[in-house]
Design a protein around this ligand. Structure first.
Ligand SMILES: Cc1cc2nc3c(=O)[nH]c(=O)nc-3n(C[C@H](O)[C@H](O)[C@H](O)COP(=O)(O)OP(=O)(O)OC[C@H]3O[C@@H](n4cnc5c(N)ncnc54)[C@H](O)[C@@H]3O)c2cc1C
Length: 494
């Protein structure tokens, strides 16, 4: 083919692929992006794939789905665990009932995850919230309406919401006052607002729940970026009705990943952790895994920067990106328990199942019963270091707390489950990233830009709803598009 025709063919192919990626139409015949047919039977060590995705969480699976929809068949997903879903996981309670051990709620504005659920035929149902929550303060038991989140100081919330308008969630480091705001922790900022002890308790709870840390441990700039992401309304970030906790997915959040994985079939390689990436600055990259070396033209890393930091890069990554990964919070695990009862008995007392002790091992318990209320399920977020791991002791300790909030019936669960994400394996590390003061202004600019053949994805890279399931889907979609574009470009400078 002469050079002009070749160029024309490349341009038209480029246009066609991008249109397909945008419209999601599948190419009949399943040609790879580069036009090569990829035989599934070829040994992995001799073939060169167009794209390899690291991580079969929501983000990686969404990328895979979009690649396939665009006609790219030359790809694989490498997953360290022997299951898909990453930070979404269903506890099976029997008879088709599940309780989510990881991510579970979605809400208004989280249109990407809602759209994915619709496409996969997964219905949503409202989180149970009717009735009062119970605050436990020493021996005192106070019943309150908590539907807008735990912060009752509307003046301070309004001030935070206003400040959040100036902090773009996609690049908090670009806020006008970023340097000043990033010097402070939320705790330091709150201390300057002259708030009451009760309000301090409210903020302490809300930050612990949403970010798994205390106001002293998280940067104000990060907090404002998260509020910005939820329409500059902290109430929306933390609330149930009209907020990010409004709905659940029928069948549990992991069902989205299970359905995507089913359609992707043997594109997914489980128990295949990537240990080393060689030649990310060359045309063909080698991924060293527990199942051998896999070669590819383009890599999508669909995992948190803390997990990327466990991978060896040869040559080493540019220092900005390497430092971002090294400093990413890697010890922010979450621990979630499940008490199952014959029925949600607390509802008879006008309670919504939410229990909020001001201290002790429980951060917050909530009603996680199935939509039809056929079982009573109380899930609890616990302070991971403060509850023994022995199942009987953990169950009894929490049952006693539940009983002090809503009566003796709570002492007799019929099932108990416990998942400490920091203990199961090394493939989560940081469930929800509570960025400390100073982080974004120092390392933020290195979060998203691709490095050589490496495209960074995972919820942490989302422009809105980062850290949430919605962010994972958004990041996955963007990464697939970036990979398709990169395959059509001449070699990028590292
Ligand atoms: C307890 C808990 C509660 C949550 N609650 C909510 C909620 O209510 N609503 C909400 O929206 N979000 C919630 N989240 C967050 C949500 O679950 C995540 O944002 C989302 O699932 C992240 O998806 P991801 O694909 O970006 O990352 P992940 O799910 O972390 O996927 C990354 C994948 O990469 C794999 N991996 C890691 N290292 C390697 C390697 N070297 N090689 C190969 N594979 C590797 C991992 O095993 C994992 O499967 C919660 C999370 C937790 C843990």
């Amino acid at each position: 083919m002469d050079a002009d025709l070749d160029e024309l063919s490349t341009q038209s192919r480029q246009r066609r692929l991008l249109l397909q990626a945008i419209g999601g139409a599948a190419l009949a015949g399943g040609l790879g992006v580069t036009g090569r047919a990829m035989a599934q039977t070829e040994p992995v060590d001799t073939s060169i794939l167009d794209v390899v995705i690291i991580g079969a969480g929501l983000s990686g699976l969404t990328s895979a789905r979009d690649l396939q929809a665009a006609g790219c068949e030359s790809f694989a997903i490498l997953e360290a665990r022997d299951r898909v879903g990453g930070r979404t996981l269903n506890h099976d309670l029997g008879d088709g009932v599940i309780s989510e051990a990881g991510g579970q709620w979605i809400g208004p504005g989280q249109t990407s995850i809602a759209d994915l659920a619709r496409q996969l035929d997964v219905a949503t149902f409202p989180t149970y919230y009717k009735g009062k929550a119970v605050y436990l303060i020493d021996e005192v038991n106070i019943q309150e309406d908590l539907s807008d989140g735990p912060n009752s100081n509307t003046e301070v919330v309004a001030k935070l919401n206003k400040l959040a308008e100036g902090v773009p969630s996609k690049a908090p480091w670009k806020a006008k006052d970023a340097a000043e705001l990033d010097k402070l922790s939320i705790g330091q900022w709150l201390a300057g607002q002259g708030i009451s002890n009760v309000d301090k308790i409210g903020f302490n709870m809300s930050v612990s729940l949403t970010f798994g840390t205390t106001p002293a441990g998280m940067g104000l700039l990060h907090y404002l970026a998260m509020i910005n992401s939820s329409d500059c309304r902290l109430e929306k970030l933390e609330g149930v009705q009209g907020g990010a906790q409004e709905s659940r997915l029928a069948g549990g959040s992991q069902i989205l990943s299970l359905k995507m994985a089913h359609a992707l079939g043997d594109k997914i390689r489980l128990a295949c952790p990537v240990r080393k990436i060689v030649g990310w600055d060359r045309d063909v990259v080698e991924l060293h895994t527990d199942q051998g070396i896999i070669r590819t033209r383009q890599v999508i890393a669909a995992l948190s920067p803390a997990l990327c930091n466990q991978i060896v890069f040869d040559p080493p990554l540019p220092s900005g990106r390497a430092e971002l990964q090294r400093h990413w919070p890697a010890h922010a695990p979450m621990r979630k328990t499940v008490h199952v009862y014959e029925r949600p008995f607390w509802r008879d007392q006008g309670l919504n199942g939410q229990i909020v002790p001001v201290d002790g091992p429980l951060i917050w318990a909530f009603d996680n019963s199935p939509a039809d209320g056929s079982l009573g399920v109380l899930s609890g977020f616990v302070r991971t270091g403060q509850l023994p791991h022995d199942p009987k002791t953990a169950q009894d300790t929490l049952s006693a707390i539940y009983a002090s909030a809503m009566g003796e019936q709570a002492l007799h669960p019929i099932q108990f489950h416990d998942l400490d994400w920091g203990k199961i394996d090394s493939w989560s590390l940081s469930c929800i990233s509570p960025m400390p003061p100073g982080f974004w202004t120092q390392w933020g600019e290195y979060l998203r830009p691709a490095v050589g053949r490496l495209i960074w994805s995972g919820t942490e890279t989302a422009e809105i709803w980062a850290g949430a399931m919605d962010g994972a889907v958004r990041a996955g979609r963007r990464a697939a598009m970036e990979a398709l574009q990169a395959l059509l470009q001449p070699r990028r400078n590292a």
